[in-house]
Design a protein around this ligand. Structure first.
Ligand SMILES: Cc1ncc(COP(=O)(O)O)c(C=O)c1O
Length: 391
């Protein structure tokens, strides 16, 4: 394993000698490679926006951004103003688009100051930006978002051409881009009700109307990870990729679409080994009871760290190329393993909760399937855990 550096602390640490109870290892080289693989698959003329919201989906926004840039990303998407400022403070100078809605003049003024592009969902924000930019004698680049069927942010797509025309009349605004977001891009061919095509058709209808009126919308973008992997017809001038950048496929049927490598490993340390008899209830509610004399291992990670409590008793962890079952309720900062079949597991041993060990691998999707959620939520759940960078 390469030398690690603790992302949140300036002091150097020796390779692999974390004394912490639990941590996330982020492989920056995997992020770089994923960005390179994704860039290489884009339609000619299309570029890669790396979506680094939620602290880079739990991987650390700044190191992810650096790695993504090295792999060919040309700009970044964040959810909030604070996330954009964090990238600037980390020395990232590439364009940054704030994907969330900024509603206060103060926030939009900060966009000007930090050179972040806001998303506009209507005329109200357009006028606020125009006034702020005019006051400071500058031009403000913005992206207009169209709602083509997500029913979240964006102006109704049928109003798109009117909005673009109005923005073109505001001399201190530069329409740097126009975009929309797909609601069902990850639907399998069997589940697909054609709505992605409907959304794309609406997007294209707006673009065609702008073309006919000779209005320049700037950079056109529609695709998230799933649409990016589905095919070049969705790539336009740019794609906005989150999950795939971190090495995860957004849906089973897209698994083979690109050679992606998961960048996150979640590991934790055994803090206590106990030998118990048969019939002993383990953890809150005694949801598990030993059926033989057992060797239990307590591990210092729990649901406050990002391990969903709903997975209690249904996951394994990896150690020495072997899967060891977790038993009983997962608690806030600890969980228990049945290590009866793993005599080499000892106090201080490091187990892998997500990631690989020997030939075995546990993926974010293994977990999300086990608790009716999505891999995105599993990854973001670890954003407060201590982070180590490699690569
Ligand atoms: C507007 C927008 N574009 C792109 C993305 C990236 O999505 P994904 O992680 O599926 O690639 C997101 C993430 O939720 C988003 O909100």
């Amino acid at each position: 394993m390469n030398a690690f550096s603790l992302a949140s602390q300036p002091e150097p640490h020796e390779a692999g000698v974390s004394r912490q109870r639990a941590w996330v290892e982020v492989d920056a080289e995997a992020i770089r490679r994923n960005a390179a693989v994704l860039s290489a698959g884009l339609a000619p003329g299309s570029s890669l926006m790396a979506v680094v919201k939620a602290d880079g989906y739990g991987h650390g926004a700044a190191p992810v951004a650096q790695a993504a840039l090295a792999g060919g990303a040309s700009c970044f998407g964040v959810a909030t103003l604070a996330e954009g400022v964090q990238l600037r403070r980390a020395g990232i100078t590439a364009p940054v688009l704030v994907l969330g809605n900024l509603i206060h003049a103060e926030e939009l003024r900060s966009c000007l100051r930090w050179q972040l592009m806001p998303t506009l969902s209507g005329m109200r924000e357009a006028l606020l930006c125009q006034n702020l930019a005019a006051t400071s004698g500058r031009t403000m680049p913005v992206h207009l978002k169209l709602d083509t069927g997500m029913a979240r942010l964006g102006v109704d797509w049928q109003d798109g051409p009117r909005l673009v025309a109005a923005i073109a009349d505001l001399e201190h605004l530069e329409l740097a881009g126009i975009y929309s977001h797909l609601a069902n891009a990850d639907a399998s061919p069997a589940e697909d009700d054609g709505f992605t095509r409907t959304q794309q058709h609406r997007f294209d209808t707006v673009l065609e109307s702008l073309r006919q009126q000779d209005l320049n919308p700037g950079c056109r973008h529609l695709a998230n990870s799933a649409a990016t992997l589905r095919g070049r017809a969705f790539h336009y001038d740019m794609v906005r990729v989150g999950l795939a950048l971190y090495g995860h496929s957004p849906a089973v049927h897209l698994d083979g679409a690109a050679a992606l490598q998961p960048a996150m490993q979640v590991r934790a340390r055994v803090s206590l080994i106990r030998e118990v008899g048969s019939g002993v209830g383990v953890s809150y509610g005694h949801r598990f009871r030993t059926s033989r004399p057992s060797r239990l291992a307590v591990v210092g990670i729990g649901y406050a760290d990002g391990v969903p409590r709903q997975l209690s008793g249904s996951i394994t962890v990896l150690h020495g190329g072997r899967a060891i079952p977790q038993v009983g309720a997962i608690t806030m900062d600890q969980l228990v393993l049945d290590a009866t079949e793993a005599p080499d597991l000892d106090v201080g041993s490091v187990v892998t909760l997500l990631g690989h060990d020997g030939g075995l691998q546990i993926s974010a999707r293994d977990w999300s399937d086990g608790c009716q959620t999505i891999p995105w939520e599993i990854l973001c759940g670890f954003k407060h855990l201590e982070r180590w960078l490699s690569g």
